[in-house]
Each structure stands twice: as C-alpha cells, then as structure tokens.
Write a protein that binds this ligand. Structure first.
Ligand SMILES: NC(=O)c1ccc[n+]([C@@H]2O[C@H](COP(=O)([O-])OP(=O)(O)OC[C@H]3O[C@@H](n4cnc5c(N)ncnc54)[C@H](OP(=O)(O)O)[C@@H]3O)[C@@H](O)[C@H]2O)c1
Length: 234
C-alpha cells in the first residue's frame, strides 16, 4: 500500500513537472504563406517552435503542401486565429497591406511581431525609394503599441532564409525594436536558424535597415552586386 502511494505520488509529481514544460513551447504565427512565410515557417518548426500559418486560404492545397514540409504539430488557420494562438507573429505580407493585415489580427498586446517587410516604390528612373518617411516597423509599432515589433529578416532573400549555407560566409541580420528582451528573443531565434545578428536598438533605426534593401535594388541597376549583407553565392 505504502509503495503504491509512493509510486502514485512520484508519477503525479512527474506529470506536474512535465506539463508546464510541454505547454511552454512557444507558438509562432506565420502570417502569409508566400516566399518568406514558406521559407521561415519550416525553419521555425525545426528550431522547436510550434508553427501556425495564418493564411487567407488555410485549406488550399498550397498551404496543405507547406504543412507537409513543416515538422512538428503545425497547423493553418485564418490570420486572426493564428495570431491569437501565438506568442510570436511573423508578418510576412506585402508592404502595401501590412498595416491592414496587422489591424485584422485583433489584440496583439504582449506578443512579439517580427517585421521582415521592405516597403518601396519605383521612381520614374526605375530606382527604388521609400514610399513613406516613417519605416514600416515604426508604423506597425504605432498601430500596436502594446506589442513588441522587431525589424528582422528584411535584408536577406527568402532562399537564404531557407538555407543560409547558400552563401559563402555568415549572414548578419540587423535588428531594431524598442523592447530589448524582444530583440534578444528574435536574435536567439536567428542564431538558431544559423544567422548572426546586430541589434541596432530602438525601432526608429528600422528606417535605415529598410533602406539597405533600396540600396541593393538600386545598385543592381548599375550591375553592382551590393554585398554588405547579400554575399556572393557559392
Ligand atoms: N521574397 C524575399 O526574398 C523577401 C526578402 C526579405 C523581405 N521580404 C519582405 O517580406 C514580405 C513578404 O514577402 P514575400 O516575398 O513572401 O511575398 P509574397 O510571396 O508575395 O507573399 C506574401 C503573402 O502575404 C499574404 N497576403 C496577405 N494579404 C495579402 C494581400 N492583400 N495581397 C497579397 N498577399 C497577401 C499571402 O499569403 P496567403 O495567401 O497565405 O494569405 C501572400 O502569399 C514582403 O513585405 C517583402 O518585402 C521579402
């Protein structure tokens, strides 16, 4: 009898100790299942996050195919459902709709929002330029003041997001966001995916980070391969 009671209390203790650990696995909502969402979703899952894709068409064959290559308990839902289930949100949508998509997600207080978006317009001479004076990341932070927006992943291409080994040397991802703990969390995630990071501090520096993409587009007009963060392919 004593032994049975002892074993029962040991089993109970183990279950109680395990449950919080199991339920503390973070969930990331990957909003948008285009090039960036499809590149990072499976890699986030590889890094141990539970992935829920937020798509306008969660039942489509494309999204189901993406689920098939995403390890772990991945699922797909509407963008708002995915965001509400998540601790971290990757907003991998076109810049023109980024703000409206963010608003459509509902209350995102306390969540980390990773912003890979590169806003740009093309001038008459074909050069890329800022569409607004305020960066996308700052606009998202203003729209969701209780969330923690972190600019990240905007300076590398979707194929290197999927496979950092495509290039010759380590890729460095510049980060910016007003919340050091959130920046640190995203930095850790980047490291787990095989990237280096530089934390440039407050979200206002996202303006400069987003400018790196514009420089890259414009350099290519002159056949210049801008290599600061786009190293030559192997
Ligand atoms: N491609 C790159 O190499 C790269 C690199 C760095 C940064 N970025 C930035 O990352 C963001 C995503 O880029 P991407 O290349 O993944 O774009 P994409 O291939 O065009 O995919 C964007 C996804 O956003 C979702 N979406 C939600 N609302 C939408 C709307 N109204 N119209 C169109 N799509 C909508 C769609 O997913 P659902 O159909 O599932 O809803 C769509 O597949 C962009 O802001 C881009 O500037 C891209």
């Amino acid at each position: 009898m004593m032994i049975r009671k002892f074993l029962a209390s040991v089993v109970g203790f183990c279950i109680c100790a395990l449950l919080p650990a199991l339920s503390s696995a973070e969930t990331v909502a990957v909003i948008g299942t285009g090039s960036v969402g499809s590149a990072l979703g499976p890699r986030f899952a590889d890094a141990g996050l539970t992935v829920v894709y937020g798509s306008r068409t969660p039942d489509s064959s494309d999204v189901q195919a993406l689920l098939n290559v995403t390890p772990g308990p991945a699922s797909a839902a509407t963008p708002a459902e995915a965001a509400q289930a998540a601790d971290i949100i990757l907003l991998a949508v076109p810049w023109r709709v980024a703000e409206e998509v963010l608003v459509s997600l509902g209350d995102v207080s306390g969540k980390i929002i990773i912003d890979p978006v590169n806003p740009r317009v093309l001038d008459k001479d074909g050069r890329a330029d800022y569409p607004t004076l305020v960066s996308n990341a700052e606009r998202l932070q203003a729209l969701a003041p209780r969330a923690m927006v972190v600019k990240a992943f905007s300076t590398i291409s979707a194929d290197t997001m999927a496979d950092p080994d495509l290039v010759e040397h380590p890729l460095t991802i510049p980060l910016a966001g007003n919340y050091p703990d959130a920046n640190e969390r995203v930095a850790r995630l980047c490291h787990e995916l095989g990237f280096e990071t530089i934390d440039f501090g407050p979200v206002r520096y996202a303006h400069i980070i987003e400018g790196l993409y514009l420089l890259r587009v414009n350099a290519r007009l002159n056949d210049i391969y801008f290599e600061w963060n786009y190293p030559r392919r192997k």
